[in-house]
Design a protein around this ligand. Sequence first.
Ligand code: GLN
Length: 472
Amino acid sequence: MIDLKNLTIRKAHEAMIRGDFSALDLVSAYIDQIEKRNGTVNAFLEVYADAKEQAQKADESFKQGTATLLTGIPIALKDNILFAGHKASASSKMLENFVAPYDATAVRKLKEMGTVFIGRTNMDEFAMGGSTENSAYGVTRNPWDESRVPGGSSGGSAAAIAMDGALVALGSDTGGSVRQPASLCGCVGLKPTYGSISRHGLMAMGSSFDQIGPITKTVDDTEILFEALKGADSLDSTSSYEDKREVLPKTMRIGISKNILDSDGLHPEVKNNFKKSLEKLTEMGYEIVDIELPNMSQALAVYYIIVPAEVSSNLARFDGVKYGLHVEGKDLLDDYVLTRREGFGKEVRRRIMLGTYVLSSGYYDAYYGKANALRSLIRKDFENALETVDVILTPTTPTPAFPIGEKSKDPLQMYLEDIFTVPASITGNPAISIPSGFTNDEKKLPLGIQFLARPYREDILFKVSKDFLGEI
Ligand code: GLN
């Protein structure tokens, strides 16, 4: 029996080098576990038919001595990341039978290192949502408490890790979709600096926000994946990477915005846990500094204007002509209307309507233009704050995992879940969510905290997070 609960990339790699188990044994152990739990959790939409074959190839590399650290490591892919020859549906009826014609750059890089793609994971349709209740293929349940949501939109990837259905996973984060489900499922989740992981082959939601990010059990595993995936890519003109690493100061300064603890809607368990985390960091020798983020209160509004605008433009390609669902109408216009009505779920249609509204002449200046101006101000706030501190700390989410159905009827309640995660997406800064304990009640639900750093300073996030978790 392989101890999947405590397995990390390095442990698995060493075990495969020693021959304790093969890549085929490893992927088979995960597939067994998926068979046990996926029936209720619904983290995976599909286990790839060639997963074992990929593992056999990885075993060949071990025999030939060409294995890398990622060879044979089973990874789960969010359903909006293209893996050539395999389905990718963005959990939408629109792309139910869509087969990826090419690899995302992230997938290509992992393939070259011998990673084993085990399956694709459920998500909110086109990554719009915070609970994985907006999938056309059923809700995903939180493995810690199956009556609750795993968070979203990468809820399938986070649940896959929490139920030991894969060693590591990839999600995508536009406003928190890696960090928020990681937090609600007790995992580590990184949204890297905007542009540092190529978006080529990631289905677009809000192109000036979208980033692929790892979801794992340990910070070290996240760091390994980030190192493997980062870098400018000629296929994504917005990608870039600058090595800004430098020796870290002995005493690091952590900024917190005082008003965070007074925010309305902050669950008492989250508040308590956040205070305890601060105490722990102080005891460890970190200096806690109050910072001002004057425009932070506008972040959610800015996000929910600019993202729908980008969504409405990005999703215009799903017209029933080029690819995906086609519903035949009486004329071309009717084809468009029927295809998009049938193919898209409620939340996606809501965002497209909101987006076209804020971009329409007469409203553009009042909404889109203003939101963009505020985006610059928020960016400036964070730049200023990060001149005096090394990282900024917040809770990842205002509440622990909530019951399925509790917020799905009220979009505004759902959007409030993103209050702490959208700022890093608006500004492009890197941010990581790490487990910070559990609720104190009998429910024992996982909680998380989030660190945010200057662009390209993921190294600081990894250092502070490893310290906090006692990872060496
Ligand atoms: N919950 C946010 C939204 O619905 C974030 C989604 C995401 O990061 N993909 O837009």
